[in-house]
Ligand binder design. Sequence first.
Ligand SMILES: NC(=O)c1ccc[n+]([C@@H]2O[C@H](COP(=O)([O-])OP(=O)(O)OC[C@H]3O[C@@H](n4cnc5c(N)ncnc54)[C@H](O)[C@@H]3O)[C@@H](O)[C@H]2O)c1
Length: 378
Amino acid sequence: MSKPLNIGMIGYGFMGRAHSNGYRRVSNFFNLEYTPVLKAACARDAAKARAFADQWGYESIETDWRKLLERKDIDAVDICVPNNLHKEIAIAAAKAGKMILCEKPLAMDSAEGEEMCQAVEKAGVANIVWYNYRRIPAVTFAKQLIDSGKLGKIFHYRANFLQDWTINADVPQGGQGTWRLDAAAAGSGVTGDLLAHCIDTALWLNGSISNVTAMTETFVKQRKHSLTGKVEKVGIDDACAFLCHFQNGSLGLFESTRYARGHKALYTFEINGEHASIKWDLHDLHRLQWFDHKTEGPLRAWSSIHVTDGEHPYMSKWWVPGLAIGYEHSFVHQVADFLEGLATGKPAGPTFRDALETQQVCDAVLASAKSGAWTGVG
Ligand SMILES: NC(=O)c1ccc[n+]([C@@H]2O[C@H](COP(=O)([O-])OP(=O)(O)OC[C@H]3O[C@@H](n4cnc5c(N)ncnc54)[C@H](O)[C@@H]3O)[C@@H](O)[C@H]2O)c1
């Protein structure tokens, strides 16, 4: 008999929906010791909280996250609100003894992140950060290939995350929907929003980064603020590129922008090793491109692996071989792994402490872009 795990969801936006879908579906596909129960949805506006709760099947609502944390019937809180709220809610949740599933980036910077790590470690509460791309089967499969040594020594790691939604100077900053353009709510621009995903995947697949040299640009210097109505200076980075050294001796090249006309969410990475290379593209997320130099000369070629076989990570839980799953399943997998971690006592990552390393790389990238110098991480 599965044990209930009562979830308190904070925020009803993009991630509030993606995570709720994960909680609702996980027990249909995975046999786990715990079953998530959608206990309460929290948002400032009662009518919106009620509409969200009704749509997704939450039993109750709260309009103040502090009230949610006081409730004895909540086991875990899920933080799906803008980045500037993560720290205060997470520290209070840890003090209240709640497990915490926090959206990325962990915090506004690594000083905040360190405080959050200390809070969850002191309270001894389970914690995880939603770097969900790790749990797309083709990405998890890339991890298995690298860990098995099939690529040999790694020379290069290349990643991009390209979008085009802020090219229009009339897009405001701040407030619902556009808080990502307001440095006070987001902390940084594409670095914390998009590159943080690329960095988390890279640290997981290829190990720690020693130092970075970066450049950032803010193409639109002023935007109207949705909340104040005033035209204000833009404090975020619209684009960022950086080079880095990994501790394993490989070289990294990362680029992110919201000004790449034609690209909506083009997250790609390529890894070149001594024996083989792999490539992955979010727009074709169930495929992993593979080149094996050990293949007999004339037959040597890039191949496109359809990562939908029962032997591929997570896929035996879904349909039959050959049938693809999508973006939303990465969140189902994250819930499954979190619950499995509770049952086995081996916490699923990235924990707050793991995600702090991504934050430290982001800090080094932003510091290097400012100073123009190579900057150490941590
Ligand atoms: N893992 C991913 O791939 C991914 C994707 C998108 C966003 N994110 C992260 O998820 C978080 C939320 O982003 P989103 O895209 O869902 O944003 P969103 O704008 O769609 O939703 C934010 C929600 O927070 C609510 N909110 C704001 N202040 C609040 C408060 N004081 N109390 C309660 N609710 C409050 C808003 O009403 C809204 O429901 C961010 O940290 C973001 O970086 C992660």
